[in-house]
Design a binder for this molecule. Structure first.
Ligand code: ADP
Ligand code: MG
Ligand code: ZN
Length: 607
């Protein structure tokens, strides 16, 4: 029963372990500790915060790699208000998003800290005031600027040079530092220019912070910012309070049932890849009684602001958004993050799921997976509008999305192990504590050899290829299943030796088998343009087809035997009993021909 998304962890959250406190020693310890409690109103340091602050005060370059919600801001905000160590003067914070900077500046002001935001939206009168304050003796403690300001504005450069000459530049902070790297999805042109900070102000320490831990990106950041023997603080990217689940994507109703049973009236985000899809899904959710709104990059600023505000204050529970939503949004009690389309890469997936459970309380990350979602994304990558896109970058993006497919298809290895491996971190699945659906399902999955059936399917495709007949995956599956339909009979497909060879295989396993053959490169879908707009995917032999035909490679499928619930335990627990009261999943929506995806074809929004 693949339909049922029964998740037991909601009743049995993993214990939240309090952070062990570091030795609060050293010349700055007293001042640091006192600001933590009196200025910031916090009781204890989170992992690496004290150490990073200490290194900053000692005047070193610092690199902080901390998962989203880990508390990176404190690492530069606290030294900024100190007077000991290397803290004299203004701390300049470079950050990529206005909303994010706005939140931070307001938060600091509410703590009576002199923080100022200077962007292209700043009025001329305000800018004048900021400029004169920077030349006065009453300078702001923190000055937040966009990278664009540093790049284009000669006024800003002049002021920085002035501060540098009078030794009043405390530190440069580059937040969301991964935006400097062309490896990442958040690449920002103006971040490229930040090497000038070290070149033009060589004595000012730099602190770079990010939550993107991919090794290549980290090296890129260190090099591009010219950090010199930085104090590096990295930590495990495991988010213990998040539960990771991948379930087959069937219908919106299933997802609605999940939300209504597991997260009634709770806050969540649903990610989709196109703005039309966001609008449509938010509308559907509202019709089903959920408080949902959409968010994407093409909305005007006023609407964006309104939606974010309503979500923050709880008027709206669910935001259906493209990846344009989220960076820097600090809402602590997000209880679920759903991906209703395939994420573009593991990095993004980790970042987006990371917005759940920032308060440390249990939260669910559910990815609704359908292999058919891969093609539209590949198409978007290839059809990218920019004629200068480097082919290597297209290849890289394709490889990145295929890594997501591998993650989804892999239903045996602990999901945490898979996610963290992407960041070069080894993770022992015993530390998962069954907080992913692969660990929770361990021992419940049945693995069986489907090599013989796979051979029949591959030979079927081979015969079509030889007779130059174009068939889709749905047609092939119908033939293999032995479907007695006019479409099959009219083409004489019921006369083929493969007709009905898979009639005893359950429907969901049949789907797994075809997905697996595509995934293994035993079969491929080739896109054929029939008119200017419509593409049809036809099946062909894949690069690895011969390996399976010759029997040198096997095809194994793991699936839940009938009657075992996803994420469930064999015995009836409180949660699964509750779940049995859930209305049965709605009948499957009519399938539109999967080969035709032209109306899915809106571009992925960018930040
Ligand atoms: P990041 O930038 O790493 O994603 P933030 O700096 O935005 O994280 O902090 C995330 C949340 O954690 C904020 O609500 C912040 O107030 C809180 N926080 C940070 N440090 C601490 C701490 N030492 N104790 C308690 N809460 C903290
Ligand atoms: Mg941050
Ligand atoms: Zn696990």
């Amino acid at each position: 029963d693949l339909d049922d998304v029964t998740l037991d962890y909601v009743d049995e959250p993993a214990p939240v372990v309090p952070e062990p406190q570091p030795d609060l020693t050293g010349p700055y310890a007293k001042e640091i500790k006192s600001h933590l409690t009196s200025t910031f109103g916090l009781a204890t340091f989170r992992k690496n915060q004290f150490e990073a602050i200490n290194a900053a005060m000692a005047g070193r370059d610092v690199f902080v790699l901390m998962p989203t919600g880990g508390g990176k801001s404190l690492c530069y905000q606290l030294p900024a208000v100190c007077t000991g160590g290397k803290t004299k003067g203004v701390t300049i914070v470079v950050s990529p998003l206005l909303a994010l900077m706005n939140d931070q500046v307001n938060g600091l002001k509410s703590k009576s800290i002199n923080a100022v935001l200077w962007t292209s939206n700043t009025s001329e009168a305000e800018a004048q005031q900021i400029r004169s304050s920077l030349y006065s003796s009453n300078k702001p403690t923190l000055l937040y600027v966009t990278p664009e300001r540093l790049k284009v504005s000669s006024t800003t450069k002049n002021i920085l040079s002035h501060l540098y000459r009078i030794n009043e530049l405390a530190r440069f902070v580059v937040d969301e530092a991964h935006c400097i790297s062309t490896w990442g999805q958040d690449f920002r042109e103006a971040y490229q220019n930040l090497h000038i900070l070290r070149e033009e102000f060589p004595n000012v320490p730099i602190m770079a912070l990010t939550a993107t831990a991919d090794r290549k990106t980290v090296d890129d950041i260190l090099e591009r910012l010219r950090l010199s023997s930085p104090a590096v603080f990295e930590q495990s990217f495991n988010r213990t309070n998040l539960n990771y689940t991948v379930v087959p994507k069937r219908s919106v109703d299933e997802m609605v049932t999940f939300i209504k049973t597991k997260h009634p009236n709770q806050t969540g985000v649903i990610y989709r890849t196109g703005r039309d899809k966001c609008e449509k899904l938010a509308h559907q959710l509202r019709q089903k009684g959920l408080k949902a709104a959409h968010f994407h990059a093409r909305m005007d600023n006023e609407d964006k602001e309104k939606v974010q505000q309503e979500w923050k204050n709880g008027q709206c529970h669910i935001i259906v958004a493209t990846i344009a939503f989220g960076m820097g949004i600090d809402k602590a009690d997000v209880r679920f993050v759903i991906h209703f389309d395939l994420p573009k890469n593991m990095d993004g997936y980790y970042q987006e799921t990371g917005r759940a459970g920032r308060d440390g309380q249990p939260a669910n990350c559910v990815l609704y997976y359908a292999y058919r979602d891969l093609q539209p994304i590949l198409k978007m990558i290839r059809d990218t509008k920019d004629p200068h896109t480097n082919p290597a970058s297209i290849e890289r993006q394709e490889a990145a999305v295929r890594a997501v497919v591998r993650y989804c298809e892999n239903n045996s290895v602990c999901r945490r192990t898979q996610i963290l491996q992407h960041f070069g971190e080894k993770f022992d699945k015993k530390d998962c504590k069954n907080q992913c659906n692969n660990c929770a399902d361990q021992g419940l999955l049945e693995t069986a050899d489907y090599t013989q059936q796979a051979k029949i399917v591959i030979r079927l495709v081979q015969s079509f290829e030889r007779s130059q007949e174009n068939v889709t995956i749905d047609q092939c599956r119908s033939i293999f299943k032995g479907a007695n339909t006019a479409a099959v009979r009219d083409k004489g497909h019921d006369q083929l030796p493969a007709f009905g060879a898979g009639k005893d295989i359950p429907k969901e396993v049949l789907e797994l088998l075809f997905n697996k053959l595509l995934f293994l490169d035993a079969l491929v879908e080739k896109s054929v343009q029939t008119t200017t707009k419509w593409h049809v995917q036809y099946l062909r032999m894949g690069k690895k087809a011969q390996d399976y035909l010759s029997g040198s490679k096997k095809v194994e499928l793991s699936h839940r035997p009938k009657g075992v619930k996803a994420g469930g335990k064999p015995k009836a627990t409180k949660a699964s009993k509750k779940a049995s009261a859930v209305p049965p999943p709605a009948p499957e929506p009519p399938q539109r021909p999967r080969a035709l995806y032209a109306d899915d074809d809106d571009p992925i929004d960018d930040i």
